[in-house]
Write a new protein. Structure first.
Length: 140
């Protein structure tokens, strides 16, 4: 069954997503960053290229011809992905195909609206019996 991790009180949602992608990549896991917001995907794409300046995380859009060979993909659909290790959800609601992934990561910022949406996602997963785990980023 899919494990769901909530990273709460994140001061910078995209920076935390970038760091989690890097950690998963170093562990040999393949990651999908999911959002329905094209601008957010463009912003995280830029961060993956440039931060930190001495590093690079290989990534592409999920509909790119080489997505099957790329360990990190970004996109709005998880329908045709060749892997199912980690899904980082950057959208307000869970994607339809979240359960095909071994692990789902939900990042919750300090924004009140984002926290409200995260509470709804928590209830969604809990009602369906998923194992939920929290990581309070205030202590980090």
């Amino acid at each position: 069954m899919t494990r769901v991790d909530f990273y709460t009180h994140a001061p910078d949602k995209l920076d935390l997503a970038r760091r989690l992608v890097g950690k998963a990549y170093r562990q040999g896991l393949r990651v999908m960053l999911y959002s329905q917001d094209p601008q957010l995907l463009a912003d995280i794409d830029q961060q993956l290229w440039a931060t930190p300046a001495t590093s690079f995380l290989p990534h592409c859009l999920c509909d790119a011809p080489h997505a099957a060979l790329t360990p990190v993909v970004l996109g709005m659909q998880a329908d045709h992905l060749p892997h199912d290790d980690v899904l980082i959800n950057l959208h307000a609601t869970p994607p339809n195909l979240f359960s095909r992934f071994e692990r789902v990561i939900e990042i919750v910022s300090l924004d009140a609206a984002d926290q409200d949406a995260a509470r709804e996602r928590w209830r969604f997963y809990k009602q369906r019996g998923y194992a939920l785990h929290t990581h309070d980023m205030r202590a980090q």
